[in-house]
Design a protein around this ligand. Structure first.
Ligand SMILES: [Zn+2]
Length: 321
């Protein structure tokens, strides 16, 4: 079982962004709300993955998460969780909408209801799911994999759903285990080897959504921010010697704020950093700069004084240690 994940890096990057953004910034509230939803979405996806993993899938199954595939130029589908079994491929789309919900048709919409009044109306997730399901089925067929595609929208927040129209692919998290068990009753159409080939085909076609560096995306001016190392509390660290920093409010000493600080730089500001920029952020010698940068999973380019280091946004997981 394996996952491809960029969503968690997008969440991490926005966490760092909010840490730096002062209270008075006009975009702060909106970004904070978006981040709250993003975090809830990620938590929902993780809960679905947990259930999927403990649902007694056959050994020759594979679970992929956070997949983006280009169906035709300009049309991309994003799949939260994809379970590949020898009998069927299952898509699970996570939704975290709480409260009282009502599915309506013509046009297909999902309404959020309070005191019998519609307070929010959104695109029907079941209709979106069906588009995705059909798109994936076509994509697979075009690559020679003739396997049925099923699955469902999964509500992780336990909403009250007034009525689910017959046959609509919508379940709650606690029904997921049973749903998977039922889906596995079909006869296998692929061997273990073919499931692996299918997983590899999907992995190599995966085109992750990369919004980095976030400052470019939101139009913030990097010169107006302090890029120095920060404590987990958000406070800028004081340098106490060549190799140590401390946080005044937390009364903590730190010896290695490099990775977090550099990730913040790469995810927010730029995909490259020069040794000079590094030395300015950390107020350190060139020697320390080169030593720290050389031991990180970065590409080095440029000569002598113009040496710079570049991150590969597709390989962010190398930093998870
Ligand atoms: Zn602190």
């Amino acid at each position: 079982m394996e996952e491809i994940t960029t969503t968690s890096w997008i969440v991490y990057g926005h966490e760092r962004l909010l840490e730096m953004l002062p209270d008075w910034n006009p975009k702060r509230n909106e970004l904070k709300l978006q981040q709250k939803n993003r975090r809830a979405g990620l938590a929902g996806e993780e809960r679905v993955l947990e259930v999927v993993r403990s649902s007694g899938l056959p050994n020759d199954s594979m679970v992929l998460s956070d997949i983006r595939l280009q169906i035709i130029p300009g049309v991309t589908i994003q799949i939260d969780t994809l379970v590949l079994t020898p009998a069927i491929a299952l898509i699970f789309e996570t939704k975290q909408i709480a409260g009282r919900l009502r599915f309506v048709r013509n046009p297909a919409q999902l309404e959020k209801v309070e005191d019998n009044k519609i307070i929010q109306s959104m695109d029907c997730p079941a209709a979106q799911f069906e588009d995705q399901r059909a798109s994936l089925e076509t994509w697979l067929l075009m690559r020679g994999f003739s396997i049925p595609v099923g699955g469902s929208v999964v509500f992780t927040t336990n909403p009250i759903i007034e009525t689910i129209p017959q046959g609509l692919p919508v379940i709650k998290l606690r029904e997921l285990r049973r749903f998977i068990a039922q889906s596995l009753q079909f006869d296998p159409v692929m061997s273990r080897r073919e499931v692996e080939m299918l997983a590899n085909t999907i992995r190599s076609s995966h085109s992750p959504y990369i919004p980095f560096p976030l400052f470019g995306k939101y139009g913030f001016d990097p010169e107006k921010f302090d890029w120095g190392p920060r404590c987990d509390c958000g406070y800028l660290l004081d340098k106490t010697s060549e190799m140590t920093w401390s946080c005044r409010p937390c009364e903590l000493n730190m010896i290695d704020p490099y990775v977090k600080t550099l990730l913040t730089w790469f995810l927010l500001r730029s995909k490259t950093i020069t040794v000079k920029q590094f030395c300015m952020i950390f107020q350190c010698s060139r020697r320390t700069g080169v030593r720290v940068l050389n031991r990180l999973p970065l590409m080095r380019d440029g000569k002598a004084r113009s040496t710079y280091y570049e991150i590969d946004y597709h390989q962010l997981d190398l930093f998870e240690s």
